[in-house]
Design a protein around this ligand. Structure first.
Ligand SMILES: C[S@@+](CC[C@H](N)C(=O)[O-])C[C@H]1O[C@@H](n2cnc3c(N)ncnc32)[C@H](O)[C@@H]1O
Length: 298
């Protein structure tokens, strides 16, 4: 067994009468995560290990003996993951398109389908001229930041009602150096918004209230209810967002909005009711489900 130079045999962790080597630790962790129903348990065990050992500044080989404090730290993360705390809340960050976002309890972890929404929104914006974009219910700031990064001439307003989401969004805007072009503001949908926009993007809460308890525990127990709960029919937030489009889109401006499973017909009805929206269509996600409403204002 290789013993790393900065880790003495005395300082090494002794568990079950033996020293803890990384290989054994990861194997045990993988088994425990598998038993807890975590998908990709080996990959997650490695990511938890990387997170636990990251700021120690040392690299550990599979057979190295590990300091007990580090092993304890890793096991705390492991126990939290077994209880269903999302990996991204433990590591404090997640990837979105080609960038990283800070996330934690109180803010929704952006999903892969929302990356598709970002790409849809980007495809609707004209290149090479200053554009204004509005991100309703910004959460971590994922959509607002995707637009600002892809369009150097864009200015983006990102709104949310959640104090914790707003704090994460502001942190992410600063971390990506976009404070000059992305404003993060508290607003109940359009309540504090003025002016018109070339693009409005939104991933509103769209789960029916009574369905919330059927979501995986990892989501239901840990992610913010305000980010998920779309009211009794799942359409409350969607209705508010769509109803405001004619008053906040520039002529020719586009909206791209994420929907829940089976909400396509309702979204179309809400768009018809809002009036003056043209070229409304449902866009399917990569799994083939109607997932996004795309609409233009006359
Ligand atoms: C499904 S999450 C989307 C977060 C982020 N846009 C994303 O896609 O990862 C919905 C967001 O809407 C926010 N929200 C809920 N009600 C709101 C309201 N009345 N006005 C503004 N934002 C609201 C929630 O706090 C949450 O951040």
């Amino acid at each position: 067994m290789v013993i790393v130079t900065h880790c003495t045999a005395q300082a090494a962790c002794r568990t079950h009468g033996g020293t803890a080597a990384l290989r054994d630790l990861l194997r045990q962790a993988t088994d425990r995560l598998r038993e807890a129903g975590v998908e990709g348990p080996a990959r997650e065990a490695r990511r938890l290990w990387r997170h636990a050992s990251f700021d120690i500044g040392a690299r550990w080989g599979p057979g190295d003996v590990l300091p007990p404090t580090l092993v304890r730290r890793f096991r705390q993360f492991l126990a939290a993951r077994e209880r269903g705390v999302p990996l991204a809340y433990l590591t404090g960050h997640t990837g979105f398109l080609d960038f990283e976002l800070w996330v934690g309890p109180g803010v929704l972890i952006p999903r892969p389908e929302t990356e598709e929404l970002a790409e849809l929104g980007l495809s609707l914006l004209p290149a090479g001229r200053p554009v204004r974009c509005l991100d309703l219910g910004t959460g971590s700031g994922a959509l607002a930041l995707a637009v600002a990064r892809a369009f150097p001439e864009a200015s983006v307003l990102a709104v949310d009602t959640s104090t914790r989401a707003l704090a994460y969004a502001r942190r992410n805007v600063r971390a990506l150096g976009l404070s000059g072009r992305v404003e993060v503001r508290r607003s109940d949908w359009y309540a504090t918004v003025s002016g018109r926009f070339d693009l409005i993007v939104a991933n509103p809460p769209y789960v029916r209230t009574e369905e919330l308890a059927t979501l995986p525990r990892e989501i239901f127990d840990h992610e913010p209810r305000r980010a998920l709960d779309g009211g009794p029919d799942g359409l409350c937030a969607l209705e508010a967002v769509i109803a405001g489009l004619p008053a906040y889109l520039k002529p020719g401006g586009w909206a791209a909005i994420e929907l829940g499973d089976g909400q396509g017909a309702d979204a179309q009805r809400l768009a018809n009711r809002a009036g003056l929206l043209v070229e409304t269509s449902m866009v399917r996600d990569l799994r083939g489900k109607e997932r996004f409403l795309q609409a233009r204002w006359t």
